[in-house]
Design a protein around this ligand. Structure first.
Ligand SMILES: Nc1ncnc2c1ncn2[C@@H]1O[C@H](COP(=O)(O)OP(=O)(O)OP(=O)(O)O)[C@@H](O)[C@H]1O
Ligand SMILES: [Mg+2]
Length: 261
């Protein structure tokens, strides 16, 4: 593995057994990510995206293959790599301030530094006016921002996100995508995002890994060479969208409607 690589996934294979019948969900999946890169895993529902993310995060074991994070074999979740699950998992009885601080509790960091980190993360997502509100007093988009702030407060090398904006309306989604890019530029975090939204993949990624189903494989890698921030209406953007749609048609297993797979 090259020194500048942050994640190296090699030959990952995963089988689940349902009702005594084994199903090969992931087959020989391999990819690398450089430090500071944003990569998306794009694929149809059920193709194994979440399974792969959970293996990369150390939550699930593969039968075959290895995952290295910053040159260390992943065997369990670590603080260097934070996973943002699709359900944001905020604690309902805790305020914004206390939810964002959750990941730093029990860490061997001076209290003053913890406070600074938590406040910095809250400011990054623009929620400093809401420190003492509880999750039920916030909109869905604001709750999602709390979860993002919690991840960034931990200052991990890597953040894994499972369809982080799928539940949001278009305006909130676009806004949070911009915030994510702004924060990532500042923190240089390596981010792996699972999505089934082609538009989101083109907007955020340095590279898109397109997965096919049954079994899940990465069958195409596409580098998005356009500079960020990107214009969703501009020719280059539309070119990449079209190219991805064509790949889904080529994969044979997927008939992709316009934006969503
Ligand atoms: N714990 C499990 N036990 C048995 N089968 C599972 C388990 N987790 C996932 N699967 C199966 O593995 C396949 C891939 O699931 P996975 O959740 O990784 O898909 P996905 O690509 O994330 O889909 P979606 O876009 O709908 O979230 C599915 O067929 C699913 O039923
Ligand atoms: Mg999933």
């Amino acid at each position: 593995m090259m020194a500048e690589q942050m994640i190296s996934v090699s030959g990952v294979t995963k089988t689940f057994t349902n009702n005594g019948k084994p199903t090969n969900v992931l087959d020989q999946v391999s990819f690398d990510m450089k430090k500071g890169e944003i990569v998306t895993l794009l694929g149809k529902s059920g193709c194994g995206k979440s399974t792969l993310l959970h293996i990369v995060g150390g939550f699930l074991k593969a039968e075959e293959g290895t995952v290295y994070l910053d040159n260390q074999l992943v065997q369990r979740p670590t603080k260097k790599c934070v996973t943002l699950f699709q359900q944001h998992n905020l604690l309902p009885w805790r305020s914004v301030l206390k939810n964002v601080g959750l990941g730093l509790e029990g860490e061997n960091i001076p209290e003053d530094e913890k406070k600074v980190r938590v406040m910095d993360a809250i400011k990054l997502v623009g929620l400093e006016q809401y420190l003492h509100q509880f999750p039920h007093e916030l909109s869905g988009g604001m709750q999602q921002r709390v979860a993002i702030a919690r991840a960034f407060a931990m200052q991990p090398d890597v953040i894994l996100m499972d369809e982080p904006f799928a539940a949001l309306d278009t305006f909130n989604r676009y806004h949070l995508q911009d915030e994510l890019l702004r924060i990532q530029t500042q923190m240089k975090t390596t981010i792996l995002i699972v999505t089934h939204d082609i538009d989101e993949a083109v907007y955020l990624s340095d590279r898109v890994l397109i997965m096919s189903s049954h079994p899940g494989r990465i069958f195409k890698e596409l580098e998005i060479q356009q500079t960020k921030p990107r214009d969703r209406t501009q020719g280059d953007f539309l070119y990449y969208r079209k190219k991805i749609l064509e790949q889904f048609e080529l994969s044979g297993t997927n008939k992709a409607p316009e934006y969503m797979i």
